[in-house]
Design a protein around this ligand. Structure first.
Ligand SMILES: CC(C)(COP(=O)(O)OP(=O)(O)OC[C@H]1O[C@@H](n2cnc3c(N)ncnc32)[C@H](O)[C@@H]1OP(=O)(O)O)[C@@H](O)C(=O)NCCC(=O)NCCS
Length: 218
């Protein structure tokens, strides 16, 4: 992980977390064009699964709103309440993952939310990105519990949790307001104890380079 700030500049250093195929990096204003292109092209794919109060218009996607969102995420990162990342394959932005609602005290918990560009779906990039985020949450932030909450009918997202064998905790009724409706959510979670046991296996399966690639690098 890179340091968060340089010595001289007041501009924050991006936070970058490496996976095998994906890199998680904090977004900045320079990412707007790529982000906006995906958000417009994939609107129907993304909006049905996103938090939004009833009657509210879709979230604003202009350049100024994106810049304000980046600044807000930066403040959250600095105070330690949330960590928003773009998901990149090489230099290409393909989605977002957010570790939000970071609570300290006796809870030491956070929630993961995510989306991927429809053109990049189906390559198991999101389970890999989630393992990167879990490693960061447990090993860097030293959190105790991370959850992923999913609308029961969102089969694709449930597959992400299933591929990682996250523990199924049950259903919370009318849990989050998604696309204008209070939706039940299936809650999956992992605790630090489980990460201690399963983390090495998840890192090896999802983040370490396959044996052939490792040999080539040597
Ligand atoms: C949920 C989501 C993040 C999964 O990301 P991903 O990188 O495609 O994850 P995976 O490759 O592991 O695919 C998971 C499942 O999605 C489904 N899927 C794969 N490609 C798909 C496609 N092109 N269209 C629709 N569903 C697809 C499959 O059921 C797959 O499971 P399988 O691998 O057992 O067949 C992605 O579908 C998405 O962004 N959806 C819209 C937003 C959303 O639902 N966000 C999550 C809210 S909780």
């Amino acid at each position: 992980m890179r340091p968060m700030r340089t010595g001289r500049s007041s501009a924050p250093e991006p936070l970058e977390l490496a996976g095998r195929r994906v890199t998680l990096r904090t977004l900045c204003e320079a990412d707007y064009d790529a982000w906006h292109e995906i958000r417009v092209r994939c609107r129907d794919w993304l909006l049905p699964w996103e938090p939004r109060p009833a009657g509210a218009p879709p979230p604003s996607e202009d350049r100024a709103s994106f810049a304000a969102r980046c600044a807000l995420r930066e403040r959250e990162r600095q105070v330690g309440t949330g960590y928003g990342f773009g998901i990149f394959v090489g230099a290409r932005l393909v989605g977002e993952l957010t570790l939000s609602s970071v609570q300290r005290g006796p809870f030491q918990s956070a929630s993961i939310g995510y989306w991927i560009d429809r053109d990049w779906a189906g390559q198991s990039l999101m389970p890999e990105a989630v393992v990167v985020a879990l490693r960061f949450a447990f090993e860097t932030l030293q959190l105790h519990r991370v959850e992923v909450s999913i609308i029961p009918r969102n089969r694709a997202s449930r597959r992400v949790a299933e591929k990682l064998d996250l523990r199924l905790e049950g259903i919370s009724e009318r849990y989050l307001e998604i696309d204008g409706r209070w939706e039940d959510h299936v809650r999956y979670a992992m605790t630090a104890e489980e990460w201690q046991q399963r983390g090495p296996e998840l890192v090896s399966a999802w983040l370490d380079a396959p044996a052939g690639e490792q040999a080539e690098r040597r």
